[in-house]
Design a protein around this ligand. Structure first.
Ligand SMILES: NC(=O)c1ccc[n+]([C@@H]2O[C@H](COP(=O)([O-])OP(=O)(O)OC[C@H]3O[C@@H](n4cnc5c(N)ncnc54)[C@H](O)[C@@H]3O)[C@@H](O)[C@H]2O)c1
Length: 333
């Protein structure tokens, strides 16, 4: 089997590529190595992947349709896992164009090319942020996702619709995964837990929005990778609706949207208290009102993913934080 992974130098793409390479699968990574956050961290991840003989890499943007098409045609993947995106809610408020280009145009290029070469499964990374102002917890795939509160989330929702239409028109087996706050070693420096750690270690105050009155479904990276691995060889088919009764499955396309989270709510202040305890430092807290673009809380219902693959997230957030801090102290010495 050959798998092309976009965003392979990113947090999730790196872990996924590494795991598949260890299993002997041929991987082609595709990443622009952009400077949205520390390029040194992306290079360090890439250098680890380059040690594997079964890894190839192309540095380019997914908006560059010609290079993307040539790469895919030459590599001939059976499966494409599309994780390249301009991530981050806050950055999208001031830089919407970047999101439109990377997430909407870039994803459209992937879908178009997948269709012209025919692959057995296209997996696309989406986000829990598409649930936006949804107030019904836990979030189920069938729930309303019409009221995004950030431009990032709006671009993610758009790609879900684009992918569904192509799947329906051309019978393209497509799975969209809605990730819930992924954290762990080699994580993203723009995410709150990473920023908090850096600030706490430097004795700086941390900003806590909505006075800490919110919760997140924090999902440890290994559980995410386990869920993706379970899905790769299980592309959706049109008649799956007959086997699995779930109204969120498409009635007209081999297409499905699946939540992938930890299915537990962790209050922000509990998460911060665990960091405080593990780092052995008193945290200086700066309580602020809710930020524009942020959703209040998130919590996943992953029963559909469980039904299809047996997915069962195992990592408790306290163990996950310890593993992250262990990596952080080794990496930053
Ligand atoms: N980490 C999370 O908590 C989380 C939550 C929800 C959704 N997601 C989604 O999961 C996917 C992976 O996220 P991540 O956390 O690994 O992010 P990341 O930023 O670490 O990885 C994305 C990678 O894509 C590359 N990239 C960005 N724009 C590109 C473009 N136009 N062309 C080519 N490469 C490009 C970046 O250089 C980066 O290496 C994204 O689609 C993201 O939106 C992540």
């Amino acid at each position: 089997m050959k798998i092309l992974i976009t965003g392979s130098s990113g947090f999730i793409g790196f872990h996924l590529a590494k795991k598949l390479l260890e299993k002997g699968i041929d991987i082609c990574g595709y990443d622009s190595m952009n400077n949205y956050y520390d390029v040194g961290l992306k290079k360090a991840r890439l250098n680890i992947l380059k040690k594997y003989k079964n890894f190839k890499f192309v540095k380019n943007k997914i908006e560059n349709e010609k290079i993307l098409r040539n790469t895919i045609i030459k590599f001939k993947p059976n499966v494409i896992i599309h994780l390249a995106a301009q991530a981050g809610v806050r950055f999208s408020i001031k830089n919407p164009d970047t999101y439109l280009h990377s997430n909407v145009i870039g994803t459209f290029n992937i879908i178009k090319i997948c269709n012209s070469i025919r692959i057995s499964h296209l997996i696309i990374g989406s986000s829990s942020s598409v649930y936006g102002a949804n107030k019904k917890f836990p979030f189920q795939e069938i729930d309303k996702s019409d009221h995004q509160v950030s431009f990032y989330a709006a671009t993610k929702k758009s790609t879900e619709s684009l992918a569904h239409s192509y799947s329906a028109l051309w019978n393209l087996p497509t799975t969209v995964l809605r990730f819930f706050t992924v954290y762990g070693p080699w994580g993203r420096p723009d995410m709150a837990y990473f920023k908090f750690t850096k600030k706490i270690l430097n004795g700086k105050k941390i900003d806590i929005y909505n006075k800490g009155k919110m919760y997140r479904d924090y999902t440890y990276i290994d559980d995410i990778i386990d869920g993706i691995l379970r899905l790769i060889k299980k592309p959706p088919s049109l008649n799956i609706k007959k086997k699995i009764k779930n109204d969120s499955l498409s009635p007209v396309a081999p297409f499905r949207i699946l939540n992938i989270g930890n299915t537990k709510k962790i209050y922000l202040l509990d998460f911060i208290n665990t960091l405080e305890k593990e780092l052995g430092k008193k945290i200086k807290k700066n309580f602020l009102p809710m930020q524009k673009g942020d959703v209040h809380s998130t919590l996943s219902d992953c029963s559909l993913l469980k039904k299809i693959t047996g997915y069962n997230p195992k990592t408790n957030y306290k163990d996950g934080i310890k593993k992250f801090l262990n990596w952080y102290s080794n990496y930053y010495n």
